[in-house]
Every structure is written in structure tokens, then in C-alpha cells.
Ligand binder design. Sequence first.
Ligand SMILES: Nc1ncnc2c1ncn2[C@@H]1O[C@H](COP(=O)(O)OP(=O)(O)O)[C@@H](O)[C@H]1O
Ligand SMILES: [Mg+2]
Length: 253
Amino acid sequence: MSSAEAVVLSAVTHTYGDVTAVGPVSLTVPAGEFLVLVGASGCGKSTLLRLIAGFEQPTAGSVEAAGVPPAPGRGAGLIFQQPRLFPWRTVGGNIALALRYAGIVPSRDRIVSLLSSVGLDDVAHRRTWQISGGQQQRVAIARALAVDNPLLLLDEPFAALDALTRERLQEDLRRVSAETGRTCIFVTHSVDEAVFLGSRVVVLTPRPGRIALDLPIDLPRSGIDPEELRGLPAFAAARTQVGAAVRHPEVFA
Ligand SMILES: Nc1ncnc2c1ncn2[C@@H]1O[C@H](COP(=O)(O)OP(=O)(O)O)[C@@H](O)[C@H]1O
Ligand SMILES: [Mg+2]
């Protein structure tokens, strides 16, 4: 494997007891790609992400991240549906904790600039329960970006947000990922979100999760207004294709 490959799954299967949740799945994710995994609830999306994070071990096959089997707390930033911030700390204190955990001495400038990169100004001193759900999820993204992990794993991070906040966060994540060049693996069951964010979209079949469709999304990654992007014929075409695979994955598998 070359260093240009961030994640490699080779014939990965995962079972819980006698239930096969995933596989076999083989997938190579090049560095810098924004891969979105889409599929119905229960098709094994979270399991795949947990395998890549090293929280689960494959029952068969192998997983490599940056050339080695992944281990928890090493090499990947994680963002979940709930922001999972520490309520007894300020917003800035939550970021500082992540920096310290990674062996980085937190500075005020660094914390402020990280928060600013996700559209948050003047909140470092606030308690996490004094800001909105959308702002809390921005803090969770800033915390994951704080550490110089080349890989970001996101499990339905915007699912609990209202539609308008969700769109804003999608736009910001798209911009931030293009700016930082990090490899992202993003799980969602929204077809629209998948096509908007992904440079590649993989649709999974229902249990066991297997690849039904693996589609490169050939849309500009920067220098384009989100409204304009959503209006491109290629955007509509990709959404139709991904939507069909999500509705009838058996036809594609
Ligand atoms: N810890 C577990 N023990 C037993 N079964 C599980 C466990 N986690 C997930 N499953 C089962 O594995 C399947 C895939 O789950 P999951 O990866 O969470 O799917 P998704 O994220 O796509 O909704 C589901 O049928 C789920 O019930
Ligand atoms: Mg899930």
C-alpha cells in the first residue's frame, strides 16, 4: 500500500453474534478524498466507521488506516450525531482538552482561530449549554480539527439539526475539508447531503452492508457558491443516480 491511500478495507466482514452486519466489503480510500457512505438505517454504516476507527475488529478480512491496523485514539478525528462536549468546561476549555490530550500546549490564539475556522466567534468563554445545538456541533468539528489527524470520521453529524443549520454546516464542512485537504469518511442517510459533500459516494445494501454503488462525484470542490453548485445539472444527475441506488440497492449490488 502506498501513502496515497488513507484507508484500505480488504474483504471485510463484521458479525455481531450470528448477525452479519457488514460485508464482505473491499474499498480503497485515497488520501484527500471525501467519501460519503449512504444507506438505510441498520445497513452497517456505523459498524464500517467503527471498524475504520479501530473500535471494532473485523470478523474476516483486514482494515488498514495509513498503512497499519487502526487503533482507538490514534490517527482519526471522530464526530458523532451528538457533539459529546464536556458541559463543565467552557467551549475553549473543550478544545484545550483535546489539544492537551494530543500533547499540544493549548494557546488562546490557536483556540480562537480553530473556532473561527468553523464560523464561531466570541464563544470561547461560554459554557457549552449556553450555545445552540448547531454551534455545539461546530465546536465538535473544531475539536476534531484541533489535532492534526489526516483522517476525519463523521457519523451522521448533522442528523439532529434543523434544516437551515444543517445546510450551513454542510457548506462549512465542504469548505473546511477542501482547505485542509483531510481525508473524510462521512456517514449519512440523506441522498442530498451525500451528493453535496462527497467527492465520492458509496451506497450500501441493507444488512449485510455491501457496496451497491460506488460513484465519483465530479463537481467543483472550491470556488463555487453552494446555491450554484446545487443548481448544476451534474448535481441533479448524481442525486438521481444515488437516490435510485438507495431505494433499490438490490438492483445495483
Ligand atoms: N453492538 C451490537 N450488537 C449487536 N448487533 C448490533 C450492534 N451494533 C449494531 N448491530 C446491528 O448491526 C446492524 C448494523 O448496525 P449499524 O452499523 O449501527 O447500522 P447503521 O449505522 O447503518 O444504522 C444492525 O442490524 C444492528 O442492529
Ligand atoms: Mg449508524
